[in-house]
Design a protein around this ligand. Structure first.
Ligand SMILES: NC(=O)c1ccc[n+]([C@@H]2O[C@H](COP(=O)([O-])OP(=O)(O)OC[C@H]3O[C@@H](n4cnc5c(N)ncnc54)[C@H](OP(=O)(O)O)[C@@H]3O)[C@@H](O)[C@H]2O)c1
Length: 209
């Protein structure tokens, strides 16, 4: 698949690593493709950065891996994303990581859908640490990644991208399930930073035999 990732930070770089290894064509959408920070981030991956609109228009899948506060501007810089599959990895975190800016009766993903008119929005890759997204991790059980979105035809591709990043991909239903998946990310952060687990862990799903 052709994938544009908006944001070459922790999440964007990890997913690019996994998806390039899986044979996908990945390009970054960056507000300053020539900046030393972007060059340093993508140089070691051997990938290209383009202005966001160019990266998005050349791709079937657009991935949002920007800070929540920059997400609307990043989307606006892409122009129309109508008909594209848009995977939202963001979490609407408060600046001090103490909680979410919104939730329970809406979600960041639903805001994203309202900003990206006509895009097929999925929530995914928000529920675990970025270092768990680069593929090839050796956990005793496969880490789980939930996928939520409303556009049935695009769902298999998003589930496959989660598998390609090393996860057990689980369909969590409509985009409103992001109201559950964003607090799940908050739980991961809480356990990592406030309960002593650190970042070297992941959630897995197990079934009764
Ligand atoms: N870190 C994690 O473990 C983790 C896990 C799951 C989900 N998340 C979520 O994923 C998102 C990204 O997290 P991160 O840790 O990868 O962040 P990060 O390392 O700070 O990277 C953010 C990237 O977004 C870019 N960016 C900022 N404004 C932009 C714009 N208007 N247009 C295009 N790109 C823009 C930044 O580039 P420049 O500033 O150089 O332009 C940078 O490359 C956040 O919403 C976070 O809550 C993070």
């Amino acid at each position: 698949m052709k994938i544009a990732i908006l944001g070459a930070g922790n999440v964007g770089a990890a997913l690019a690593t996994a998806w390039s290894a899986a044979g996908h064509t990945v390009v970054f959408g960056a507000r300053d493709p020539q900046s030393p920070k972007t060059a340093a981030a993508i140089g070691k991956l051997g990938l290209r950065a383009l202005p966001p609109a160019q990266a998005a228009q050349a791709s079937e899948i657009v991935v949002l891996a920007t800070p929540w506060s920059a997400t609307r501007a990043a989307l606006e810089s892409c122009g129309s994303l109508a008909g594209k599959t848009l995977i939202d990895c963001t979490n609407p975190l408060k600046a001090d990581l103490s909680g979410l800016e919104l939730g329970t009766e809406t979600s960041g993903a639903e805001h994203v859908a309202s900003w990206a008119s006509g895009a097929h929005v999925f929530k995914c890759f928000n529920q675990t640490g970025a270092e768990n997204m680069a593929g090839n991790l050796r956990y005793a059980a496969k880490p789980v990644m939930f996928v939520a979105g409303d556009h049935a035809p695009a769902r298999p591709a998003v589930l496959q991208l989660a598998r390609d990043a090393g996860f057990e991909a689980v369909d969590a239903g409509p985009l409103t399930s992001a109201r559950l998946l964003e607090p799940l990310a908050m739980l991961w952060i809480h356990l990592a930073y406030r309960c002593g687990l650190g970042r070297e862990y992941a959630f897995a799903l197990t079934r009764r035999a």
